[in-house]
Write a protein that binds this ligand. Structure first.
Ligand code: UDP
Ligand code: MG
Length: 314
């Protein structure tokens, strides 16, 4: 039997650690799958790390990684994958909103030869109307930009060793796990699941962090917004040629008008477009700057359990 690594990103989840370890561990033991659980504490401010440490002392399957501060879920996933020693790895939320029984189904598909098994949401759970509208818009934008359908995608996936190795060797700092796992290709199967209610604690995503997440992921996957700038420029050029011709004809005909309104309109319109365009370009430049600094995606301050993984976070 081949080892399965389960990566559980956790941020301020003190109430869920023990429960997640028991539930996931129980499911995998019952199914006779050899496993390890890797909890990645994403710089939590509560007792999450103490609980992970305790769980790793009680249960040899449990290992823990502690970040020096909060680096975000994407970083936590990458750190967990980098530390995984299994022949395949599953990423699952530690709030148990992803049903652990599905891991078994994913593992069986992997045994049949699939290299990536995607968890797909059957429904989006109990989200507010505004939230699901925003999510829909974001996913349709990113699907158009990347050519991958990610409408119901989630971070709940199983990856073969080969896929894990590809992902952890990507040098991108602003990686978008959900998108990258389709981008890398491989033999892919999907498993649908119902999003469960959160049992304890609360969602870690504020509206602001979601907006930032959406913009980051869109720009890391597509340069379409930059092309919008070019399109706007072309439209402006056509408009100005038309206006120019009209004024010239009026001048020649000797009926040149004061035309103050037109001047103001053109001035405000073109300067706003220029500013928007500069903003979009500036955004990409800042992303390039971030990538080029080559800082690590995360910084590990402590580890526990197993052989105690040491990864530079590169
Ligand atoms: N999470 C994380 N770092 C963060 C935010 C969230 O590791 O900065 C983890 C969190 O502990 C949980 C998972 O990511 O296991 C999903 O987060 P959450 O449940 O808050 O998101 P939602 O389910 O509401 O989309
Ligand atoms: Mg959740």
């Amino acid at each position: 039997m081949r080892l399965l690594s389960v990566v559980l990103p956790s941020y301020n989840e003190e109430m869920m650690i023990e429960k997640a370890a028991q539930t996931v561990g129980g499911v995998l033991t019952d199914a006779g799958i050899p496993y390890e659980l890797i909890f990645v504490d994403d710089g939590s401010k509560d007792a999450t790390w103490e609980n992970i440490f305790r769980a790793s002392a009680d249960d040899e399957h449990v290992r823990g990684i502690h970040f020096s501060r909060n680096f975000g879920k994407e970083a936590a996933i990458m750190a967990g994958l980098a530390a995984a020693s299994g022949d395949c790895a599953v990423v699952i939320d530690c709030d148990l909103q992803h049903p652990p029984e599905k891991i078994v189904e994913m593992y069986r598909l992997w045994e049949q030869g699939y290299e990536v098994v995607e968890g797909q949401k059957a429904d989006r759970g109990t989200e507010s109307a505004a939230h699901s509208f925003a999510a829909k818009t974001f996913y349709s934008l990113i699907s158009k930009a990347t050519g991958f359908d990610m409408e119901n995608a989630s971070d709940f996936k199983l990856l073969d060793r080969k896929a894990v190795d590809v992902l952890i060797n990507m040098r991108e700092r602003n990686a978008f796990f959900r998108g990258l796992s389709s981008w890398i290709g491989f033999e892919t199967a999907t498993v649908t699941f119902d999003v469960q209610e959160r049992e304890a604690g609360e969602s870690k995503w504020s509206t602001r962090s979601l907006i930032r997440y959406a913009i980051n992921n869109l720009t890391s996957f597509s340069s379409a917004p930059m092309q919008v700038v070019t399109v706007l420029g072309i439209i402006m050029f056509v408009v100005s040629v038309v206006f120019g011709l009209i004024t010239l004809i009026q001048k020649i005909a000797g009926i040149a008008q004061p035309g103050f309104t037109t001047v103001i309109l053109i001035l405000t319109f073109s300067s706003s477009i220029i500013m928007i365009s500069l903003g979009i370009i500036g955004f990409y430049i800042s992303r390039i700057y971030e990538e080029i600094k080559g800082r690590p995606k995360y910084i590990i301050s402590k580890t526990c359990g197993g052989d105690c993984v040491r990864s530079p976070g590169e």
